[in-house]
Design a protein around this ligand. Structure first.
Ligand code: FES
Length: 153
């Protein structure tokens, strides 16, 4: 739990790079108020998420992006969990054995990975952390990796 005074301080936007550079690279990482964050530019939009996967702390900035069920998802390089860029939902495939066709359908596990707000001002990109009062599963790994350098491989 974050104290109210600390919450206010952590809600200020932090510069993470030039718009042109991030668009060219399509992703970058930054430390925002001590938190490892990955910023993606995909399909004409910016997204920011906690860098460490909610499952076991995998480095999401090293994953591939895929379109799943109409949503852009980052695929964690460690165990291939699928996480929507927009909302941080964990997706999985489920089969209803009572259905005769039994075709797997994509389902949501809920918002497991914390997402953050990205703003662009005069060619500069900023990330504002989301409200840390409501617990998300990726908070555990955000805290665990807080003092480490962001992995390059
Ligand atoms: Fe990301 Fe396991 S650590 S899928």
């Amino acid at each position: 739990m974050v104290k109210p005074s600390k919450r206010k301080e952590m809600s200020s936007p932090i510069y993470v790079g030039r718009e042109d550079d991030i668009k060219k690279l399509q992703r970058t990482t930054a430390t925002v108020h001590g938190r490892q964050v990955v910023i993606f530019y995909h399909g004409g939009h910016f997204y920011a998420l906690d860098c460490r996967c909610y499952h076991a702390g995998g480095p999401l900035h090293l994953g591939e992006i895929e379109e799943i069920n109409g949503q852009s998802c980052i695929i964690c390089p460690w165990h291939k969990y699928k996480i929507t860029l927009n909302t941080g939902e964990g997706l999985y495939q489920a089969i209803n054995p009572k259905e005769p066709s039994a075709v797997p359908k994509w389902k949501s596990k809920g918002e497991k990975q914390r997402t953050h707000r990205v703003t662009v001002d005069n060619g500069n990109v900023y990330v504002t952390l989301s409200d840390l009062m409501e617990y998300k599963e990726s908070d555990y790994y955000a805290e665990k990796y807080k003092t480490e350098k962001i992995a390059e491989k």
